[in-house]
Unconditional design. Structure first.
Length: 396
């Protein structure tokens, strides 16, 4: 398939960072698009759509966590957008077109228009006059999206709702698409950079109000349980190879939010103990054990879905496909309120369940602890050197 690569860069406006030599900002590369009817590359590196046909302009490659810069211009009554991971869409339209007022165009461009709630409408109307160039800056981490239009924040950390398959979160990776709605359109300076783990965590955990470190980063002061089966290595708590058991912080929690980074070896297996009573198998006597598992390993190919990473073990299955590659750090946020538990992995919610209503248990083995209202938080080792760091908890 023939490809069109945007290799030119021209300064459009001062609302996004520009390199002094006129090239893309450091770390950014032009997005390559598949050739498509009615789309063409004009002088000055402008991507133009002639207003005919309904085929979007689709990137050659899939993208995951990214920062995207794009300038755009439309004519009167025009309607367009940008798909992220093949999912509609960041809205672009004429905010003064009376025909679209019933759809909310008067609120301006930049919202996640297909969302049901958060992020659907831009926080401010920041569009420039029709016929003038506008500039988007977009960050996407997991399912969460931040959008600036002409330098103004219009969406802040809202999850992009699934569109094609509403039974699961949006994919971890997918194509960038420039959308057409039968109107002439112009784009330029469409560039992207991949966001690394450290930046992703910093963005996702920007609001640390109320969070307290649960581990001091040095030793096991304040921790109990299978202390002898864990070690401290490279600034992390790590289960010793061939060892196991529950290591837990000696502080009880009822409703709370926990933030943890973890790293899995190939086939690695561990867990997060939730409302653990201090003895016994936390998967059954605690509220639950949240699986920490390399569920990409072939040895788990036939496992029960309720054993996948992030699942409430044996009770509620988490969505798969959102772990970073084995050997890389992952970031997970766990929220426990009453009988409800939510797991957000690397910016995507993979589990949102109310355990009070669970009556079907894996292997028909009951979980007497699932209705516990308080207990300890910790890690449930299963012989593999799974590592944890930056453990913080906020009481609710």
């Amino acid at each position: 398939m023939r490809r069109v690569c945007l290799s030119l860069w021209f300064c459009a406006c001062a609302s996004v960072p520009r390199a002094p030599d006129g090239n893309p900002p450091a770390g950014f590369t032009p997005v390559a698009f598949e050739a498509s009817p009615h789309w063409k590359l004009e002088a000055g590196g402008v991507i133009a759509h002639d207003g005919q046909g309904k085929k979007n302009f689709v990137s050659v490659s899939d993208h995951g966590d990214i920062e995207l810069l794009a300038d755009w211009k439309i004519g009167p009554a025009a309607d367009s957008g940008i798909y992220l991971r093949g999912t509609p869409q960041i809205q672009i339209w004429d905010p003064d077109n009376p025909e679209q007022k019933k759809h909310g165009n008067d609120k301006g461009s930049g919202g996640l228009w297909n969302n049901k709630d958060a992020g659907k409408w831009p926080a401010v109307r920041a569009d420039r006059a029709i016929g003038e160039w506008n500039s988007f800056r977009v960050k996407m981490i997991g399912a969460r999206v931040w959008i600036w239009l002409n330098g103004q924040a219009v969406v802040v950390g809202a999850p992009l709702d699934p569109y094609k398959d509403k039974t699961r979160p949006i994919p971890a990776r997918g194509r960038i698409e420039l959308q057409t709605h039968d109107h002439p359109l112009w784009f330029r300076n469409v560039v992207v950079r991949e966001i690394a783990h450290e930046e992703a965590v910093k963005t996702l955990a920007a609001d640390e109000q109320g969070f307290e470190p649960l581990w001091n980063g040095k030793d096991f002061t304040g921790w109990a349980g299978a202390v002898e089966n864990y070690e401290i290595a490279d600034g992390a708590i790590r289960c010793a190879a061939g060892k196991g058991g529950v290591l837990y912080a000696k502080q009880e929690f009822s409703d709370f939010v926990a933030r943890v980074e973890f790293k899995l070896p190939p086939g690695g297996n561990n867990g997060m103990a939730i409302r653990y009573p201090g003895q016994g198998d936390t998967a059954y006597v605690g509220m639950t054990e949240l699986q920490v598992l390399d569920d990409t390993s072939p040895k788990y190919a036939t496992m029960d879905p309720r054993q996948a990473h992030g699942s409430a073990y044996g009770m509620a299955a988490a969505h798969r496909g959102y772990l970073r590659p084995v050997g890389e750090w992952n970031y997970q946020e766990v929220t426990v309120r009453g009988s409800a538990i939510k797991v957000e992995l690397n910016g995507t919610v993979i589990l949102d369940a109310d355990l009070s209503g669970v009556t079907d248990f894996m292997a028909s083995k009951p979980h007497p602890g699932k209705d516990r209202t308080s207990g300890y938080f910790g890690f449930a080792g299963h012989s593999d050197p799974v590592a944890f760091r930056n453990v913080r908890v906020k009481k609710l």
